[in-house]
Design a protein around this ligand. Structure first.
Ligand code: NAP
Ligand code: F7E
Length: 374
């Protein structure tokens, strides 16, 4: 009998990689999707229609939908990845963020209890390094005190504690993975890494002039999402329910990420100025096929629009426990490989988007020529 997994947030970056991973392990995978006016499920489109992969409509803010679905699917494992996951957006939509990211976790736990699955169903909660926020020590481990520093982090802290509470009160196998930032070619386009790799590709191909960023000094421990989903599974296979920090143990600044990303796109940068006046300027170009990028061009500038009311600036994880107890290797994909693979992907994507737009133009022209009623 294959195991049954239910993934909330299946359409997200992590949900898509986790689905592939679990299908590869022989699981029957069920995912929660929600209705949207554009039914665009790009990250899991390649999985739809494959045997053992099933999608269901539900929503983290709708208890009834979760209770019914958990009852129908009878999962052995639930991976609760659904969230309003953008920290800056949580300042603009704090109530929605709390509803989905905090109370949503409680709804999942109660859906499991309502269906009397608390003895058999294991639950993984997507917790976050944002809990450390205004950090009280560096690096951060499972014993570092929390100091959440955004509405997102405060909501996720509730999720962390309610998981711990249900573990202790009802003896449930539920755990938090405290994951540090993890990125990929499937990362949402408004997170800083993907925003940079896409912009570097567009600028290198002459389709964008300048990239505007916020805090360039911010430090992150960036890993590769594909490596991190394995840990979610390992946490649920562990003999006892425990929380784990998942990180690489290596730290870089936003400026370093941008420097390396532009280098892979064929543009060497030098940095001038400070704070709001800081600029990334083209120092040298290597192998670009267009002549629109010139030495001396300003291709990165700072905009206060991307500053946050409170920003988390010094995240560095200590993955010792995960290494020791889960046998996980945090250095499978290095920072340098991560940046390189994201830029390579986006260089192709930007070129392909243009080709697709050209085809659409031709199709539209033909369509109009033929008349719209034919
Ligand atoms: P993501 O790409 O933003 O995906 C979020 C997912 O949640 C999407 O599938 C989204 O559905 C779904 N969702 C949002 N609101 C929902 C609702 N009301 N009902 C049902 N589904 C809803 O996030 P990710 O990067 O894959 O991260 C996965 C989880 O890990 C999140 O909980 C995030 O907070 C947490 N986390 C991420 C990182 C990281 O660096 N990536 C680090 C630590 C923790 P739609 O596609 O319909 O919007
Ligand atoms: O910001 C700075 C920004 O939005 C990283 C989520 O997956 O990881 C993610 O949250 C840093 C911050 O990710 C821009 O101020 C500078 O200091 O890529 P981000 P995040 O806030 O770390 C954690 C672990 C999660 O749990 C979240 O779900 O980069 N930054 N300039 C910028 N950030 C953005 N987005 N855009 C900028 O232009």
């Amino acid at each position: 009998m294959s195991k049954i997994a239910l993934i909330t947030g299946v359409t997200g970056q992590d949900g898509s990689y986790l689905s592939e991973f679990l299908l590869g392990k022989g699981y029957e995978v069920h995912g929660i999707i929600r209705r949207s006016s554009v039914d665009y499920r790009e990250r899991i489109a390649h999985l739809e229609g494959t045997p053992h992969f099933h999608l269901h409509y539900a929503d983290m803010s709708d208890s009834m939908s979760l209770v019914k679905l958990v009852g129908k699917v009878q999962p052995d494992e639930i991976y609760n990845l659904a969230a309003q996951s953008h920290v800056q957006v949580s300042f603009d939509a704090p109530e929605f963020t709390a509803d989905v990211d905090a109370v949503g976790v409680l709804r999942i736990l109660e859906a499991v209890r309502t269906n009397h699955l608390e003895k058999t169903c294991r639950i993984y909660q997507a917790s976050t390094s944002e809990l450390y926020g205004k950090v009280e020590e560096v690096p951060q481990s499972e014993t570092t005190p929390f100091h959440p520093y955004s509405p997102y982090a405060v909501a996720k802290l509730y999720g962390y504690w309610i998981i711990k509470e249900y573990r202790e009160a009802y003896n449930m196998f539920c755990c938090s993975g405290i994951l540090f930032n993890h990125e990929s070619e499937r990362r949402g386009e408004t997170f800083v890494t993907r925003k940079i790799t896409l912009a570097a590709a567009r600028i290198a191909q002459g389709k964008q002039k300048c990239l505007y960023l916020g805090n360039l000094d911010s430090l992150r421990d960036w890993g590769y999402a594909k490596d991190y989903v394995e840990c979610m599974w390992l946490i649920l296979q562990h003999k006892t329910p425990e929380d784990f920090v998942i990180a690489t143990g290596v730290q870089h600044s936003v400026r370093e990420f941008a420097t390396l990303a532009f280098k892979h796109a064929g543009i060497e940068l030098r940095w001038e100025g400070e704070g709001i006046e800081e600029k990334g300027i083209v120092e040298r170009v290597n192998g670009l096929t267009n002549e629109r990028v010139k030495v001396g061009d300003v291709v990165v500038a700072v905009s206060p629009d991307f500053y946050r009311p409170t920003d988390v600036v010094n995240l560095l994880g200590d993955p010792s426990k995960a290494k020791r107890e889960l046998g996980w290797n945090p250095q499978t994909t290095s920072f340098e490989q991560l940046v390189e693979l994201m830029v390579a992907h986006d260089m192709k994507k930007v070129a392909a988007d243009d080709a697709a737009a050209e085809i659409r133009k031709v199709n539209l022209a033909e369509f109009l020529e033929k008349g719209i009623d034919k």
